[in-house]
Design a protein around this ligand. Structure first.
Ligand code: MOS
Length: 754
């Protein structure tokens, strides 16, 4: 966004502006303490021992050498560890179950379910001692046959069930028959590899027991889920557990569930009677925290000579672990992208003897849009039609699956129009390989981004004190995106107070229930809670003021008043919150909104029946491909997004850029390599698993249409995930344009272009 666009009159003081993150200073000065940076007297350190087989039983475990290392406090195995309760089965109505990473009851079983499963924990006086001693623990195994290779299992895939909120299938008309007679068609098979979570902050836990009371410092996306889950597993009252998570060094879905490290740190602290810190190594994250499923996808499209889609078929196979795993929504975007006459969508699953997979930024949509948006591009080549024109000819006016649902907000046409202008799409010569810059083949590609707009119930407390200071409290998860900063902006505008006077407190399970960071839903969810709490507070302030005959607000209704200059005004007449409190002799006023799933669900279901709700966008990518080596460089990027109203132009742009960077990694380099014989992850490090670095990323021009979605709180649609969707397809389509080669298997490494 340009400065003028950002600073234009929005009718609000802070909402929309590029405010710096309020925690930025603490983070850049090192004052911010992350989960592994809390000191306690007598702190002990834990390290994990990982299984080296994919499936089997531990027949013996020799801990003598580890115990003999000076400084080792204890070695916990299934033979001596105190028991945890087993994890609950997944259900949308049981929040503690939502946090179940895997169904394994660690150290309560001799069974091994994946290569890397923790089978022992060493607790020692220093982290170095713990890690060294862990390397000396010698388990012996009875191996059992294991199925770890995804590709050969594809024929054994079974249909995914889906549920009311996340359907796994769709049918409209007879897509197979329509495909068979379509004058133009493509029928393509795509594959995407598994991906590993690589947040800057590897997962870490500091756990401190005081009798039955437990304090946990943890970088988590879901404070409430974690607390409920720990209460259940350790059989202690929820009220006795405090989860503190003010700083999280990135989550992306990898810190949404509870994984072995967290549970075993808490277990080790209980067993040894010491505060325990467990900071996973990078490899430890790969071995104990789920990643993204691999996929095999078929996309078949049929069209008439005008480019109108007559058939749209998208089917997928993904995997879960035999011990759990998120069932990805790979075709979720395809439900609403195109107005095809006939549609057929199916999702299938295989179960493997691998670590349970989990959410990773746009789980399903990111890889699903790669396939469908590549196929649409290929169909445009078949038709000899501009790929944007093809998309616009199939832009739906209402839910393409039929029924009465309409789009709550959809500005994809505007996004493509603006993107084409900013990117210079007109300069593109459509002939493959026709654009060159010395030894570089230049390619331009587009793809659509699409991610559902969600929100959940959220509680909040807002308090104004006699000195005019405002405190907003909500147990939201600040995963590094400015989540708390934007709530300060929202509260400042709603109460009409200066931003400097607002403090947002968060990241603590003692606070009102926040929804957690996930599904791109947190900001909208918390905004609804904060707005409601602010309104309630203004109402209380007015009631208090009206009790006094001297108040200029006497006889006024809240709807007639404007919140500004630190108080409530009608025209030039009114008074500040501080004045109201002073006259009443009160120290502060407080208003609370409680999070209620029961009240919220009917509204959510009603919303779902009426609206197709989503963020969308147009991704424009330019690549340069070395004609001799096949090296691909992304040289330019423009993304134009419809994310409803923009609350903070700076943090929104950051989020959208981050998603595009992750999408470039998905397109060009990221791949978890699983040994097909042993199930071992072969590249569990940042030196061998390639995430994009600064040198790989050009300037990314991000623009938001900034038009409120009337069905969302404050008109905002979440921005966490939409921009990774479509990104890998935009890269693949640009590569197709540069080289004439359609790469169907991610990542697009240079060997696939030679
Ligand atoms: Mo996100 S994958 O919902 O943390």
């Amino acid at each position: 966004m340009t400065t003028t666009e950002i600073e234009r009159e929005t009718g609000t003081k802070y909402v929309g502006r590029p405010i710096d993150r309020l925690d930025g200073r603490a983070k850049t000065t090192g004052e911010a303490r992350y989960a592994a940076e809390h000191r306690y007297p007598n702190l002990a350190y834990a390290a994990l021992v990982h299984a080296t087989i994919a499936r089997g039983r531990i027949t013996a475990i020799d801990t003598a050498a580890a115990r003999a290392v000076p400084g080792v406090i204890d070695v916990l195995t299934h033979e001596n560890a105190p028991a945890m309760k087993p994890p609950p089965k997944f259900s949308f109505l049981n929040l503690s179950s939502m946090a179940t990473g895997t169904s394994v009851n660690y150290l309560a079983t001799d069974e091994v379910h994946w290569n890397g499963q923790p089978v022992a924990v060493v607790v020692a006086e220093t982290p170095e001692t713990a890690r060294h001693a862990a390397s000396l623990v010698r388990p012996a195994y009875q191996e059992l046959p294991a199925v770890v290779d995804f590709a050969p299992e594809e024929p054994n895939a079974t249909p995914q069930k889906g549920n009311m909120l996340l359907p796994a299938t769709a049918d409209k008309g007879d897509a197979k028959a329509a495909l068979a007679v379509a004058p133009f068609s493509v029928d393509l098979r795509f594959t995407t590899p598994p991906h590993a979570h690589n947040a800057i902050e590897p997962h870490a836990t500091t756990a401190v027991w005081d009798g039955d009371r437990l304090t946990v410092h943890e970088g988590t996306q879901n404070i409430v889920w974690l607390r409920k889950h720990l209460a259940l597993r350790f059989d202690v009252p929820e009220q006795g557990i405090r989860v503190l998570s003010p700083y999280v060094g990135g989550g992306f879905g990898g810190k949404g569930s509870v994984w072995a490290g967290t549970l075993l740190a808490v277990l080790a602290a209980r067993a040894t009677g010491r505060p325990v810190r467990l900071a996973l190594t990078r490899a430890g994250v790969y071995h104990t925290v789920g990643g993204r499923t691999p996929s095999a996808q078929r996309v078949a499209l049929g069209a008439d000579a005008d480019g109108r889609l007559t058939a749209l078929i998208h089917t997928s196979v993904a995997r879960v672990g035999r011990v759990g795993g998120w069932e990805e929504q790979i075709t979720s975007g395809t439900r609403h992208l195109y107005d095809a006459q006939n549609i057929h969508l199916r999702q299938n699953l295989v179960r493997l003897d691998l670590l349970a997979n989990t959410w990773m930024r746009a789980p399903g949509e990111s890889i699903g849009t790669f396939a469908v948006e590549s196929a649409v591009d290929e169909l445009a080549c078949e038709l000899g039609m501009d790929p944007i024109e093809l998309r616009m000819r199939n832009e739906p006016a209402r839910d393409p699956l039929g029924g009465k649902k309409r789009f709550a907000h959809r500005m994809l046409r505007e996004a493509y129009a603006l993107g084409a202008e900013r990117f210079g799409w007109r300069e593109r010569d459509p002939r493959p390989g026709s654009m060159r810059d010395g030894r570089w083949l230049v390619g331009m590609g587009v793809a659509t981004a699409y991610f559902p707009a969600l929100y959940q119930p959220a509680g909040a407390v807002v308090r104004v004190s006699a000195d005019g200071a405002v405190v907003v409290r909500c147990g939201l998860a600040e995963v590094g995106v400015g989540a708390a900063t934007v709530q300060a902006q929202i509260a400042a505008d709603e109460l009409g107070v200066p931003l400097e006077s607002v403090r947002v407190e968060y990241g603590d399970s003692d606070m009102p229930v926040g929804p957690g960071a996930g599904g791109s839903a947190q900001t909208a969810s918390v905004a609804a809670g904060v707005l409601a709490a602010c309104r309630k507070l203004k109402k209380s302030a007015l009631t208090l003021a009206r009790r006094s005959p001297e108040s200029p607000l006497r006889g006024r209704k809240l709807d007639d008043l404007e919140a500004r200059d630190g108080g409530l005004y009608h025209g030039g007449v009114g008074e500040t919150y501080a004045e109201i409190l002073a006259r009443a002799g009160r120290g502060h006023l407080e208003a609370e909104i409680k999070s209620s799933l029961v009240k919220f669900l009917p509204k959510l279901l009603n919303d779902q029946r009426r609206w197709v709700k989503a963020a969308c966008g147009a991704q424009f990518c330019e690549v340069r491909v070395d004609r001799d080596t096949g090296e691909v460089r992304v040289s330019r990027w423009v993304g134009v997004f419809d994310v409803g109203r923009v609350i903070n132009a700076k943090t929104v742009a950051s989020q959208l850029r981050g998603g595009i960077v992750m999408g470039i990694g998905l397109g060009l380099s990221e791949e978890t390599l699983v040994d097909p014989r042993t199930g071992r992850i072969m590249n569990a490090s940042l030196s061998e698993y390639h995430v994009p670095v600064h040198a790989d990323i050009p300037h990314i021009d991000v623009h938001c249409l900034d038009d409120p979605d009337p069905t969302m709180p404050l008109g905002l649609i979440g921005v966490g995930e939409v921009s990774i969707t479509g990104a890998a397809a935009a890269v693949a389509n640009a590569v197709r344009h540069a080289t004439g080669k359609r790469v169907l298997d991610l990542p697009i490494t240079l060997d696939k272009l030679l």
